[in-house]
Design a protein around this ligand. Structure first.
Ligand SMILES: Cc1cc2nc3c(=O)[nH]c(=O)nc-3n(C[C@H](O)[C@H](O)[C@H](O)COP(=O)(O)OP(=O)(O)OC[C@H]3O[C@@H](n4cnc5c(N)ncnc54)[C@H](O)[C@@H]3O)c2cc1C
Length: 373
C-alpha cells in the first residue's frame, strides 16, 4: 500500500487485537476502539488449535502462550453415560509434528493478555463505544457514544456477534437464537475429588459438556455445555447461571462429569446465537471480521481461531495490495469459503463425534496461505 491509511478497528476482542498486532508487524498503524473501560478476566477457557497457534506464532506470541497454557496429549470423545470412547484424537507432540504447531488449552484471559501485549498501548482507546459513521470522498467520520469523533480511511468491524458495524453495512438484523444455552465455568482443580481427562467432550443425545484443564500446572479446570433452552436469548458473558440447574440437566452422566459439576461453585450462562454465512463482508472503506462477519456455535472451538486468522489475512492483504479496496476484496476472497465451512460444521455439531480428520482445519497457516493478489 503506497499511502499510509488511517485505520480504525472497532473492538479489542480476539479479532481486533490480532488485526492490530499483525498490522503493527507490517509497520501499518491502526487505532483500536473498545467499548469496555477495562479488560476483565472472564472465567472461560479457550482452545487454540494448531492453525490458531501458527497465527499466534507469527505475532511472536507462541512462547508466551505456551508458558501458561496446558498442552493435552489427547482429545477424547466419550458417550455421556458409559464413558465409551467414540473417537480419540492424539494431541501433544504427535499433533505438533502432524499440523506444525501445538494444540493448547488456556484461560481466555491469558490469551487476551497475550494479544494485548502485541499491540502498542497508545493504539488502544478504551471506553469508546462506536455509534455511527458518515462517509464522503475525504473518508469516514466515526462517532462514539461519548460524543467524540475520529476520521478514518478504513473501518474494521471486529465488534463481535452484535456488531454495530455489521448493522451499518447490512441494515438491522438480529442473530438467530439456536434455542440452546451454554453454561461455562473455570474453577480450582483442588476442588475436584478425582483427576479428570485432559480434554473430553461428553456426548449426550441432545446435550453435551466439554471439560479440560486451562493451565500448564493443571490447577484450573473449565467446562462448557450446550443445553436446550428455548427461552433464554440474551448473549452476555457476565450473565450468572444456577449450578443446581446444570447438575440437574446432567444427572445420569458419567461419574467424571458429576464430580466436576458437584465441585464447581458458580457458573455463567450465555445464549448460543448464529448467523448464516454472509455474501459480502465489505463496502467502500468498511469491512467485517471475526464474529461480526461469521459468528458460529462453539462446537468446533474455532470462533476465536477464525477471528485471529482473519486479522492476519487482512493485515497481509493491506500490506500487499495497491489500495484499500483491492485489499478488502483479496481478504474476502481468501476467507469466505473457509469460515463458511467452519460455521456449517460447527452448527451441525458433528466435529469429532466420530472419526474425524482435522488436517484441512488444523494444517492451515494464515501467514503462508496464498493470497489472490
Ligand atoms: C463459551 C464459548 C466458548 C468458546 N470456545 C472457543 C474455543 O475454545 N476456541 C475458539 O477459537 N473460539 C471459541 N469461542 C468463540 C470465540 O470466543 C469467539 O468467536 C471470539 O471471541 C470472536 O472474536 P471477535 O474478536 O470477533 O469478537 P469478541 O471477542 O466478542 O470481541 C468483540 C469486542 O468488540 C467490543 N465491542 C462490541 N461492540 C462495540 C462497539 N459498538 N464499540 C466498541 N467496541 C465494541 C466488545 O466489547 C469486544 O471486546 C467460544 C465462545 C464461547 C462463547
Amino acid at each position: 500500500m503506497k499511502k499510509t491509511p488511517r485505520i480504525a478497528i472497532i473492538g479489542a476482542g480476539m479479532g481486533g487485537l490480532a488485526t492490530a498486532a499483525a498490522l503493527h508487524r507490517f509497520g501499518i498503524q491502526a487505532q483500536v476502539y473498545e467499548q469496555a473501560d477495562r479488560f476483565a478476566r472472564v472465567g472461560a477457557g479457550i482452545q487454540m488449535s494448531p492453525n490458531a497457534m501458527k497465527a499466534l506464532r507469527g505475532l511472536g506470541l507462541e512462547e508466551q502462550v505456551r508458558r501458561t497454557a496446558f498442552q493435552p496429549q489427547t482429545w477424547n470423545n466419550r458417550d455421556w453415560d458409559t464413558g465409551a470412547v467414540r473417537f480419540e484424537l492424539p494431541l501433544g507432540q504427535k499433533a505438533e509434528d502432524q499440523f506444525g504447531a501445538p494444540y493448547l488449552q488456556m484461560h481466555r484471559g491469558d490469551l487476551h493478555s497475550a494479544l494485548l501485549s502485541a499491540v502498542p498501548k497508545q493504539q488502544i482507546s478504551l471506553g469508546r463505544k462506536f455509534l455511527d459513521v458518515q462517509t464522503d470522498a475525504a473518508g469516514s467520520k466515526l462517532s462514539f457514544t461519548d460524543g467524540t469523533t475520529v476520521e478514518a480511511d478504513l473501518i474494521i468491524g471486529a465488534d463481535g456477534v452484535h456488531s454495530r458495524v455489521r448493522e451499518l453495512l447490512l441494515g438491522p438484523e438480529k442473530p438467530t437464537a439456536t434455542g440452546r444455552v451454554a453454561y461455562r465455568a473455570t474453577f480450582a482443580a483442588s476442588l475436584l475429588s478425582h483427576p479428570i481427562g485432559e480434554c473430553t467432550k461428553w456426548w449426550g443425545e441432545d446435550r453435551h459438556i466439554v471439560i479440560y484443564y486451562v493451565t500448564s500446572a493443571k490447577d484450573e479446570v473449565y467446562f462448557v455445555t450446550s443445553l436446550p433452552d428455548g427461552v433464554w436469548v440474551d448473549e452476555s458473558w457476565s450473565a450468572k447461571g444456577d449450578m443446581a440447574v446444570v447438575r440437574d440437566a446432567f444427572a445420569g452422566f458419567h461419574d467424571e462429569v458429576s464430580d466436576v459439576l458437584r465441585a464447581c461453585p458458580q457458573v455463567h450462562r450465555w445464549a448460543i446465537l448464529l448467523r448464516e454465512p454472509l455474501e459480502r463482508w465489505h463496502r467502500e472503506g468498511l469491512v467485517l471480521l471475526g464474529d461480526a462477519a461469521h459468528p458460529m456455535t462453539p462446537y468446533m472451538a474455532q470462533g476465536a481461531a477464525m477471528a485471529i486468522e482473519d486479522g492476519i489475512t487482512l493485515a497481509r492483504a493491506l500490506d500487499h495490495a495497491p489500495d484499500i479496496e483491492h485489499a478488502l476484496s483479496i481478504f474476502q476472497t481468501a476467507r469466505k469459503a473457509r469460515t463458511a465451512q467452519v460455521q456449517n460444521i460447527s452448527q451441525a455439531n458433528t466435529w469429532m463425534r466420530e472419526e474425524t480428520d482435522p488436517t484441512w482445519c488444523y494444517g492451515f497457516d494464515p501467514w503462508t496461505e496464498p493470497l489472490d493478489i
